[in-house]
Design a protein around this ligand. Structure first.
Ligand SMILES: Nc1nc2c(c(=O)[nH]1)N[C@H]1C(S)=C(S)[C@@H](COP(=O)(O)O)O[C@H]1N2
Ligand SMILES: [Mo]
Length: 195
């Protein structure tokens, strides 16, 4: 009866094993690629008609503001991160995907990869972000453009995104090949690979 008095109002938003952080820790494996907006490109290939998008192409798409929680598997969570960008569901209107495409590999400048199932990718709350707290997305946070997938651990939110490869079966990305879970849902604590 009394425990609710002492429970933080946000307690339900913090997955088990996570703690709140006020700052925005930078988590990057390897070097930070320095890509200017005018040079940035996003290539779509695999089980989708090959197509390359530029910064201007992205800016011509519908723009949306998002507020989302961000959970890193190293146990920090940040609530109410404010972004602007393009919804994945809006972006999909500009590409043609084959029906056999059930998985994707997210590719980044610098070589980082992470895999995601189609059903986890095509969700209303996922987006390509280019603005963070009202400012151009800082390079350390993945600028010019990153993916944000709020319902999975943040390693799925690829920084310096430059490719989406559509696949008929799951292939493992960088952290997934190195012991992390293929899906990574924070509320299910899908931290490490079971295989
Ligand atoms: N390209 C790339 N994307 C990446 C990473 C990375 O090392 N390289 N790290 C991931 C991890 S583990 C986390 S927690 C988030 C961190 O995002 P931030 O540095 O903006 O906090 O980016 C994810 N996306
Ligand atoms: Mo992370």
């Amino acid at each position: 009866m009394f425990e609710n008095l002492f429970k933080s109002p946000n307690a339900d938003r913090i997955p088990k094993g996570q703690r709140l952080t006020n700052g925005f820790p930078i988590m990057t494996y390897g070097d930070t690629p320095n890509i200017q907006r005018q040079d940035w490109q996003l290539r779509v290939w695999g089980l989708a008609t090959e197509k390359t998008f530029t910064w201007d192409d992205l800016m011509a798409m519908p723009q949306t503001e998002f507020t989302a929680d961000f959970h890193c598997v190293t146990t920090w969570s940040k609530l109410d991160v404010k972004w602007q960008g393009i919804k994945v569901t809006d972006f999909l209107k500009y590409i043609e995907i084959e029906p056999q495409a059930l998985h994707l590999m997210e590719h980044c400048y610098g070589g980082y990869t992470t895999n995601i199932a189609m059903e986890d990718f095509v969700r209303e709350e996922n987006f390509f972000a280019h603005t963070l707290f009202g400012k151009p997305l800082p390079v350390d946070n993945g600028g010019p453009v990153r993916l944000v997938v709020p319902h999975l651990y943040a390693w799925k939110s690829a920084k310096w995104l430059n490719g989406l490869e559509f696949l008929n079966k799951m292939q493992l990305g960088f952290w997934e090949r190195n012991g992390y879970h293929h899906r990574g849902e924070p509320f299910a604590e899908e931290r490490y690979s079971a295989f």
